[in-house]
Design a protein around this ligand. Sequence first.
Ligand code: HEM
Ligand code: HEM
Length: 226
Amino acid sequence: MAEYINTFLFGIYPYIAIFVMIVGSILRYDQNPYSWKADSSQLLHSKGLRLGNNLFHIGILLLFIGHFVGLLTPHWVYEPFISAGQKQILAMSAGGLFGSMAFVGMSILIWRRTTQDRVRATTKFMDMAILLILFVQLILGMLTIPVSAKHLDGSSMIALAEWAQHIVTFRGGAADFIMDEALIFKLHIFLGLTIFLIFPFTRLVHMVSAPLKYLLRSGYQVVRKR
Ligand code: HEM
Ligand code: HEM
């Protein structure tokens, strides 16, 4: 039974989540293109936004790159340069640093969204929900660090990377790699996949369009005082 659930959660659910993310995003853009944005709240209350938002975004973008490269680079590519154990320590320290930045930034953003009336009034259910879900995901990610510290040979990291690489290359048996890993990794991966699943229904869609828009424009949406 445990094996069946494991195969469903880590072998099949990833494809459901990615499918909903892609199809849902296409449908949202097609049906309601003007909803495709992060809904700026700078005009309502700018205090704490710049610092919180910058710390959060820098932290989370570096984590994103770290996850992408760390999980999807095959072992044989980095083996000549860095051992699995060293890579594990790199992931833990870089991830710990960027995670802490994101943590401070998110705390400011959550404080702002819950205490500032004008921001709270325009906050949709999903805006708050996604902020809190990302916060929980960040905490789960940080909690993997002490668990990883117990086996610094990198064996867990290799198993987790094998899982991710088997998923993205449509090879069978991906879930078997995680079967015996610690619960904290499983919770973190499950919630991560759930974030993919709900992506089209949240303001997270801005991460596809925002970089383009902000490269072509300059800085934030410009809000001038009279
Ligand atoms: C790719 C580059 C990205 C750019 C240029 C960008 C830009 C922005 C901007 C301009 C805002 C609105 C700030 C305001 O209220 O005025 C925002 C909000 C937000 N972004 Fe991003 N973003 C990016 C990536 C991401 C990523 C990767 C995530 C999470 C995985 C993310 C999560 C959020 C969240 C949760 C908010 C709302 C924060 C709040 O509650 O105030 N963003 N982003
Ligand atoms: C589907 C999405 C995600 C997957 C599959 C995933 C997977 C993982 C895995 C396997 C690790 C352990 C790495 C290791 O020890 O070798 C990890 C660590 C971590 N994750 Fe995620 N993650 C996801 C999304 C996120 C998000 C959205 C955040 C931030 C909100 C995050 C924050 C962290 C942090 C801070 C660590 C610990 C430091 C590190 O190893 O980089 N993760 N994640």
